[in-house]
Structures are given as C-alpha cells and as structure tokens.
Design a protein around this ligand. Structure first.
Ligand SMILES: Cc1cc2nc3c(=O)[nH]c(=O)nc-3n(C[C@H](O)[C@H](O)[C@H](O)COP(=O)(O)OP(=O)(O)OC[C@H]3O[C@@H](n4cnc5c(N)ncnc54)[C@H](O)[C@@H]3O)c2cc1C
Length: 313
C-alpha cells in the first residue's frame, strides 16, 4: 500500500478506477465492503510487527497499528528479463518481439509475460500482457512461426492478432474485459448493489470514433461475453453493440452516458457486424483480492481481518 491507494485513482476514491472506470470501481469497492473488507487508503505500510516468529501487526506510516494474523503482500510484478539485458532489444519492460514472437535475435523467441509484441487490434501498438491467455496464444504463435520459417519473412512486419483479454472473480461475481480501455466509457446495465445473493449484470464499452475499442462485462452469460469479445474484435459500431445489448435488456441506460451525449452521437455511426452467439467462454480462475491486485501491478489492497475492538479503525 502506498499513499495512492491501489483501489483508487485518487485517495479516497473507489477501487479499480485506474483500470476500469470510477463507476465500476465504486461498485466493487462497495461489494467488498459489504463482505466485511476494510480498505485503508491514503497511507502506506511502514513495517510489520513480528511476535514469536509470526506477524502480529502492520504498522502504517500514519502511526496506526493494524493487528494481523496473516499479511498478503501485493506489490506488483516486473518481468524478469535481466538474463537478456544488453543481448536482446527491450520495450515496455519486456523483450521486444515481432508478430512472430521473434526477438531482435531472429533465432530467439519470447512468449508470455516477458514478450512485448505489436497488437494488430491496437494498430500495431507494442504491448505486454501478464495473462495466462496471452501466454498460451503467444506460445502457440511462436511454435507456428518456428514450424513455418519459410512463410515468416512476409509476416515479420505484421502485428499479432491478439484480443487483449482479462477476467477475474470477485467472491460470487465474475467479470471479463476485452480490448483496450481507450476512448470514452459508456456504461450499461444495473449497478445497484446485489441483494441476497443476486447476480448483477452491468458493464462498460470504451468508444473511440463511434467504434468499440474495449468492453467490460460483469455477470455476462457465455453468449454475452462472446458478443462483447466479438464486438471488440471487429471494432463494431457502437450502435450495433447497443442494439445487441438492448435485445438482451441491457441498454445504455446510464445517466452519465446520456449526459455526455455519447449515446446520441456515437450510436449514429456504423456498419453491422455479425455477433457470434456461441458459448466459448474461458474458464475463469479464482483470483483472490490480493492476487488480483498483484497481477495488475497495483499496490496491496491491504485486506485486514478487522479488529473491531480497535477504536482507531
Ligand atoms: C498472484 C498472481 C495471480 C495471477 N492470476 C491470474 C489469473 O487469475 N488469470 C490469469 O490469466 N493470469 C493470472 N496471473 C498471470 C499469469 O500467472 C501469468 O501471466 C502467466 O503465468 C505467465 O506465464 P509465463 O510462462 O509467461 O511466465 P511464468 O508463469 O512466470 O513462467 C516463467 C518461468 O520462468 C522461470 N524463470 C525466470 N527467470 C529464469 C531464469 N533466469 N532461468 C530459468 N528460469 C527462469 C520462472 O521461475 C518461471 O517458472 C497471475 C499472476 C500472479 C503473480
């Protein structure tokens, strides 16, 4: 944890705002809070207090002492590329590769977390993704390239057709994100706190030039998830995605979107993509709150077992 909370874009604002939107972030933060998770924001862990060889408390920079049975540290990750320093070209904190996963040494391929590759969907922008799905697909791409060296030359300059994809579970909830959170976010669905085990369904689309650049969906069915992925993959006109969602009772009903006029302006554009309706949803791994934060390189969300006898909390 540091002065800027991982779960907020600013001190005391809501969770995951940096990655998604403040509205989405606020939903999850309230959801965690309703489960008894306490977020301590605007400070940092200064030290850990150890007693009898076990952690007993975390001492915060502002002087507070938080009793703890267990501490889970989520402080971000960095690609371990040191072995290749000075030997291979680097970019975005990883090993630079082309669309065939070839490094600056054509005999060396890099895949997974360490590989920074040009993404076709993002106009060839070089990105690095820390995700199992990316590790698998880049590995497959490298194998294909190795097995077809003759076809390689023509493809060397081409970006890799990867759809950026992330997912996670939050207690009983589950979200999926596809593409890029670039452009203006338009929310849809019901962001009300779920009651008595109910499953909410909501999300956001990032719209750039009237087309879908990225999409987030919480509680989507396999068909809905695939529709979102497909819309991003094909850079669908937002009008078409709106119609698709509308047919599922998930219109862009959000006040913020209406106020910004995104709906009226952006929904006017576009051709008509065909949405795949088949269920091809990946199996989501359960990710704990700390692992989730660690994965995205946020600083620890600091999950504490609350000591209700401590008046300072
Ligand atoms: C806490 C946490 C939670 C995560 N949760 C999810 C999730 O829910 N869903 C998801 O999709 N992804 C998740 N991820 C990301 C996912 O684990 C990675 O994207 C994925 O493992 C990357 O695979 P990789 O093969 O590129 O790298 P790794 O799995 O990291 O494998 C690299 C291997 O190389 C070894 N190595 C490193 N340096 C050297 C060296 N010099 N010599 C020899 N060996 C070396 C390492 O020991 C390691 O075994 C999570 C990651 C973390 C850390």
């Amino acid at each position: 944890m540091r002065s800027r909370s991982p779960w907020s874009s600013r001190e005391n604002t809501a969770a995951v705002g940096r990655l998604f939107t403040p509205k989405i972030a606020e939903f999850y933060e309230k959801y965690y809070a309703a489960k008894g998770v306490v977020f301590v924001k605007g400070t940092a862990v200064k030290s850990l207090e150890v007693s009898d060889g076990k952690v007993a408390a975390a001492i915060l920079r502002d002087g507070r002492r938080l009793p703890a049975d267990m501490v889970v540290v989520g402080i971000g990750a960095r690609a371990n590329t040191g072995l290749f320093d000075g030997q291979l070209a680097m970019e975005r904190g990883g090993i630079k590769v082309n669309g065939r996963m070839q490094t600056s040494d054509a005999a060396v391929y890099a895949v997974g977390d360490v590989a920074a590759f040009p993404v076709a969907l993002l106009g060839g922008d070089v990105r690095r993704f820390e995700h199992v799905d990316c590790a698998r697909r880049t590995a497959r791409r490298a194998i294909e390239a190795i097995l077809e060296p003759s076809g390689g030359a023509a493809e060397e300059g081409k970006a890799f057709g990867y759809l950026p994809y992330f997912y996670s579970r939050v207690f009983a909830l589950s979200w999926q994100f596809y593409g890029d959170n670039a452009g203006e976010a338009v929310h849809f669905g019901d962001f009300s706190p779920p009651v008595a085990g109910g499953k909410p369904k909501f999300g956001a689309c990032w719209v750039s030039g009237g087309r879908v650049a990225g999409a987030f969906i919480e509680g989507g069915s396999p068909e809905e998830n695939e529709a979102m992925a497909s819309a991003v993959r094909s850079r669908a006109a937002i009008a078409d995605l709106a119609a698709e969602l509308g047919s599922r009772g998930l219109g862009f009903a959000d006040e913020e979107s209406r106020r910004k006029g995104v709906r009226r302006g952006a929904l006017a554009a576009g051709d008509r993509p065909t949405y795949a309706r088949h269920a091809t949803v990946g199996v989501a791994a359960a990710v704990s709150i700390a692992a989730f934060a660690y994965w995205y390189g946020w600083m620890a969300p600091y999950v504490v077992k609350r000591d209700f006898s401590d008046p300072k909390l």
